[in-house]
Design a protein around this ligand. Structure first.
Ligand code: ZN
Length: 280
């Protein structure tokens, strides 16, 4: 648990999954990335989908929802998908999915959106029945009309189900959603990704979304093969990490298999690296 202003923050260990190591680290050779993150016999790196629960001022806000349960046996095996632990993780804090008042999506790729739905009949039904849902309008448009590179990442079934939710807010750029909780926009990983920044003016935590998905992605040129604009991703990551290091802000990792959050420092060569890791 971490307290920032009126809010209590909790990292939720929603699910484990795996993605191809080459895709996760773009042009970085395996001999380099495998020192930082383990891979299996099929070259897949183990990842988590971590949710961030922000409670306070009468709200229970969830950032991102994991992959969820609506997956075929074949895809579960391809992604090494674990059970979905949403209900037990929320129960640890005395909550059920119905208690969630707001869901902020960094973006609508399947590993951030899928947990918002569960199978019902031959379709999907919403999990967070009492919530309002927030995404950038530009990201929603990308998800509805995906380019060929991202088509596999924007599952049409989940995006269709999202479009049928009644309480959706399409945001038009950076915004303060609640006192002390704002979203920042970045476009390198996908168009209209939003990072969530929680601050009381003294202590600040930034959810790194898929701009910095794990501590192994701190080296500036180490970006993912999935990114739609790798050079934009590098520029955005550089600006974010320099500012966060200067301001002493905590960075939350949505996909790191081991580390929930870190404070940053510069090493002897001037590179920004993790200084200390924190649990949230
Ligand atoms: Zn992701």
């Amino acid at each position: 648990m971490m307290q920032i202003g009126d809010y209590r923050l909790h990292s939720l260990d929603l699910q484990d999954f795996a993605l191809d190591g080459g895709s996760m680290f773009g042009v970085v050779p395996k001999v380099m990335w495998e020192k930082l993150t383990p891979s299996d016999e099929l070259n897949r790196v183990m990842l988590k989908t971590r949710g961030l629960l922000i409670s306070g001022n009468g709200r229970h806000i969830l950032v991102d929802t994991g992959m969820g349960t609506a997956w075929s046996q074949k895809l579960r095996s391809i992604y090494r998908l674990s059970d979905f632990r949403l209900e037990t993780e929320l129960a640890n804090h005395g909550l059920t999915p119905e208690d969630i008042t707001d869901v902020i999506y960094t973006h609508l790729h399947f590993d951030h959106l899928g947990g918002a739905f569960r199978p019902a009949g031959d379709g999907l039904e919403p999990v967070f029945t009492g919530a309002r849902h927030y995404v950038q309008k530009e990201n929603y448009i990308s998800a509805r009309h995906p380019n060929l590179k991202e088509k596999v990442s924007y599952s049409a079934a989940f995006v269709d189900a999202f479009s049928r939710l009644s309480e959706v807010e399409l945001l038009d750029g950076p915004a303060e959603l609640f006192g002390g909780i704002e979203v920042l926009v970045s476009n390198g990983h996908t168009r209209g990704q939003q990072l969530v920044r929680i601050s009381d003016g003294v202590r600040t935590l930034v959810h790194g979304g898929d701009l910095v998905p794990s501590s192994a992605h701190l080296p500036l040129p180490w970006v993912m093969g999935f990114d739609v604009e790798p050079l934009t991703q590098i520029d955005e990551k550089t600006a974010l990490l320099i500012r966060m290091h200067e301001q002493g802000e905590l960075l939350f990792f949505a996909h790191d298999p081991f580390n929930e959050a870190a404070l940053l420092r510069r090493d002897e060569k001037g590179a920004i690296v993790a200084d200390r890791f924190f649990t949230v």
